[in-house]
Ligand binder design. Sequence first.
Ligand code: C2E
Ligand code: CA
Ligand code: CA
Length: 517
Amino acid sequence: MNQAKVIIVATLLAVLGSLSTISATLYLSWQRAADIESARLLTIAQWGIERARISLDDAYRALQTAQQLSSPPCSPAHIRQMRLIEMNSRNMEDIAYFDQGILKCTSAGLILREVKQTPIEFITDNGLEVSTSILPKVNGGKGMISLGSAPYKVLIDPARFADIIAGPEVQLAIATRNGKILGGLHEPDPALVQQLLEGSQVPHASQILRDKDLIAIVIEPEGRLAAQMWREMVVLLPLGLLLAALIVGVIVWVSRKRLSPLGELKLAVDKQEFIVHYQPLIELKSGLCVGAEALVRWRRPDGSMTRPDLFIPLAEESGLILPITDQVIATVVRDLGALLQANRELHIAINISAEDIKTGRALDVVRQALNGTDIQAQQIWLEATERGFMDIDAARTTISTAREMGHSVAIDDFGTGYSSLAYLQGLPLDTLKIDKSFIDTIDTGSATSSVTPHIIEMAKALKLQIVAEGVETQAQADYLRAHDVDFGQGWLFSKALAPQEFIAFYQANLRQCQDSR
Ligand code: C2E
Ligand code: CA
Ligand code: CA
């Protein structure tokens, strides 16, 4: 993923992450508020049912007692007994005696007018006959409920059915199974109650509780739910915001890591984004291509190439050079295995990091890579810079092992570091690569130009093969040939080539050299 993509994806993720966390928080607040309100209304409904049940039971007991009265109906003794029943009940207003549908007397005395029994609208589970909206003359026309068990009826104030303690915003209605309202608290709107009983949607919070022959309907303005939601949000929103901030923080952290050069390089190693180009090595006296140096390139997914000097230092510093070396070794075998097996004189030089020279690890990797192929160990050269020789004992061990395995070992970039003769004498090297900076000075008359012949002489004295790096002009090549330098590598001959290009170069060079013989 390139940088722009990482930034776009990270921004999208951050926006999405925080939006979804915050909306989840809002949803949760609303859900919790709805649950709390619903539970509260249910409790009120339960209280309502219990309260109504007390009134019904009370009336039932009063009527049972009245059934057992033995005095002649509406005699002074009978009326006294009825008054006693009424006084013993906390929940009823009056008790009346009917004869053939006509009211004869109540606990207050004889009734002389003709008052007809009101129609029965509902019969409770325990057999009480219920009439709602009785309008007795005595109390000024206030609606009453009558509960009857012939020949008696008791009158109950509707308020008694729903007489519970609840906030003024709550309305409670107690209804019979067939929807007749027995009583209510805070004057519930009958139309609204009917709508709720029919299951219609209303713009109120509500709860309906059915219990045998009774139904409790609790209604509350929706604003309470919103208020409850705000209360929940005060607790949950800071948590949501904190979580959103955490998510954004993690995304920023991850994307910064990905965007950092090291993060990018790590990903490149994971995704094996490295390819290898090959720069031909030419035998100066014959012009024959005898080998090539494997030079790694980082090809990004968008196709762009990153030069090794831009990432090798970071790779060495971070240790990522080890897996990169492994990929280079595997790639060389894959790219040029067939060419190497067909041409035994051909070698490929692989750059080995300082760390690998110290530990010798890369030798095992090479051994495994060659295992099962017909590539010979002497066809793989190893190059290391002086930095790999700092721990001279470890370096000597690795170089000796490499040579025992059959590899040729070269000191790279010679002359750029602190290389001393003593160093070189102590190491069993095969080849010395003179750094390009010395080749550049050939025939320029500069101070360093006088150093170049000494390096050549010294290498010869140490019986080392010599490779001149960065040969760009014919004059340089002529000079080097005149000084018996064995090999040259540089743009004069070829730049580093893609595998197929190198194979073509090698074969063309081979034909040319054979023809000229
Ligand atoms: P190096 O090992 O000294 O490789 C030679 C560098 O000089 C290469 O650069 C090559 O393209 C360049 N070069 C060759 N001939 C000429 C010439 O005539 N003129 C000029 N101006 N340049 C020339 P490159 O490929 O960019 O590699 C740079 C450095 O990266 C290498 O220097 C080497 O130190 C490191 N490197 C490359 N591949 C690997 C690898 O696989 N492993 C390790 N550890 N390091 C590598
Ligand atoms: Ca090199
Ligand atoms: Ca070099």
